[in-house]
Write a protein that binds this ligand. Sequence first.
Ligand code: CA
Ligand code: CA
Length: 376
Amino acid sequence: MLQTFLSYYSSAWPRACQTLCGLRQSTLTPLLFLPVFLLSINPTSRDKDYVTTRHQIPPQVQQILLKPANGHNPAKPDYWQALQVSHNIEVLPIRRMSGSAWVAALHGSPSASATQNLFRTWQSRDLVDYAENDSVVSIAAIPDDPLYELQWNLADATSGAAALNMPGAWDITIGSSDVVIGIVDTGVRFDNQEFTGRLLPGYDFVSGINEFRTRQRVPEELNFIKAHDGDGRDTDASDPGDGVDAQLSATMQAEDLTCPQQESTWHGTAMASLIAANGNDGFGMTGVDWSARILPVRAIGKCGGRRSDLLDAIRWAAGVNDPALPDNPTPARIINLSLGIDDACTASDQQAIDDAVAMGALIVAAVGNLGRNLDE
Ligand SMILES: [Ca+2]
Ligand SMILES: [Ca+2]
């Protein structure tokens, strides 16, 4: 601490000297002023002893900035002496700054309230236009993830109307591991590095062959085709993919089931990444929240999911007890539903959401992706 303090003095005081000397030359202050001021600012003379003796345990210097009120000349020591209204707080100039203001140092470890009192006293005596803490400014938290520069939606509003100004938010918080975010979706890729240390086990709610049991004939090749993991509900919330090739699409169409050909979307992994990918880890992209735990809840398989599976998943994610299911030991505080159903909300939807909300969950749902009027 002492070393830091001494290095502060050795760098700050010569600057103060240069500034003050320059002012003095331009204002032709009487030479009588010179030795007085040099004695007070030269760390190699009297003040070196002053520094090392008077402030040796432990020296605290608080940097402030102030603008002298009109009629005061900060180039004169009288001004700084006038600012010294407390025996316990010494006020010394560091340098002149822009706007006719000065950077100064308070010696004597004043408390925050003592500093504010001091500022008020100066104003009441018309010594300053203003006096403020010279607060430390940090750069906005810009993560080092290589894909961040493409994530315009996280930038400030100058990047677009939908930008979230996340750098400003990350200055305040990067989230908390106390928060569990349920991602009710297609499951997640547990091998994704963006979730290292943050994935909870979750659950797989995709029922498998259930929807075919209402049909008279269930083609063997369609068993578990929607679940795509060889079984129905289980504790494995990983995403086996939802890609549909031309042959499967044709087979499903023959069964009057819509299932267009597509590559796997890895939709749950994408949503979990947008919400909570590890940020500032030097890898890939960044999520909004860098700390929350992620509860993957799989409710969507190939060719979409079923409302019944979805509503079960919502309740379980929120921690609603269901005797037919293992308890959820980590209920979600937030449940994300980046999903849509091509009809209006139903009573069962509302009841499931009411149940989840009653458990304290916040439901966040996609809306408007189809560009339609929701009243229609
Ligand atoms: Ca399964
Ligand atoms: Ca990352």
